[in-house]
Unconditional design. Structure first.
Length: 225
């Protein structure tokens, strides 16, 4: 029975990591589609979100079954709870990738500001780094790395504030860019939120490694700046 439980728990981790890779790809493609004005790629991200949602539902169901049938305690229970909670955060990251893709479809043809789009691309690289590294930290249950990543998310917020301020200035000086700049602000907010959800996952990694529930996401959001 214990061997079977260990195999099911291992499969849970593998499926969670697979979901993380799919979400990372969705974010990457959504931002690339936005800055290159690629409507087809944006639609691919939107269509693929169904698969990410299905993985989330499967993982959640499997977690519930393991808790109900195996009645795990201590470390094993923490592992299952971490997957269940972090899976929800991954799904929300995928939702924001969809939102970015919808912005791509909506703004195509509007006047654009390429300097801001370059900065958005740079911000997305930081976000993608966070998504990639938080999955690595999860695999090895590394609380110290999770805390470092949560601190790194503040760099994402700083860049988000910069892009927000640039967008506002462009809107003031050129009315023709108002629609496009509004979407820059939206996409910036989506990226900042993705960083927040990564920080949530970091908190669950700390819980998994130490058994302690701590608050890592204490910095301001864009609308508070």
């Amino acid at each position: 029975m214990r061997q079977q439980f260990e195999e099911e728990l291992n499969e849970l981790h593998i499926q969670f990591f697979r979901m993380g890779r799919a979400v990372h790809e969705a974010v990457q493609k959504s931002v690339e589609a936005f800055v290159t004005h690629n409507k087809q790629m944006a639609q691919e991200v939107i269509d693929h979100d169904i698969e990410i949602n299905k993985i989330e539902m499967d993982l959640e169901q499997k977690c519930i079954e393991l808790i109900a049938l195996q009645q795990p305690v201590t470390t094993d229970l923490r592992k299952i709870i971490t997957v269940m909670k972090a899976t929800s955060d991954l799904e929300r990251i995928g939702d924001h990738a969809v939102s970015i893709s919808k912005s791509t479809i909506r703004v195509k043809g509007n006047k654009r500001e390429y300097d801001i789009e370059k900065h958005l691309s740079e911000m997305s690289e930081k976000v993608l780094y966070l998504v990639r590294k938080v999955m690595d930290a999860y695999v090895i249950f590394n609380a110290d790395e999770a805390i470092r990543l949560a601190e790194y998310d503040q760099e994402v917020d700083k860049m988000g504030k910069q892009i927000y301020e640039e967008s506002i200035e462009f809107m003031k000086s050129d009315p023709e860019i108002v629609l496009g700049a509004t979407d820059y602000v939206r996409v910036t907010t989506y990226l900042e939120r993705i960083g927040d959800y990564v920080t949530n996952i970091c908190e669950w990694i700390v819980y998994l490694d130490t058994g302690k529930v701590i608050e890592l996401n204490t910095h301001n959001h864009l609308e508070d700046i």
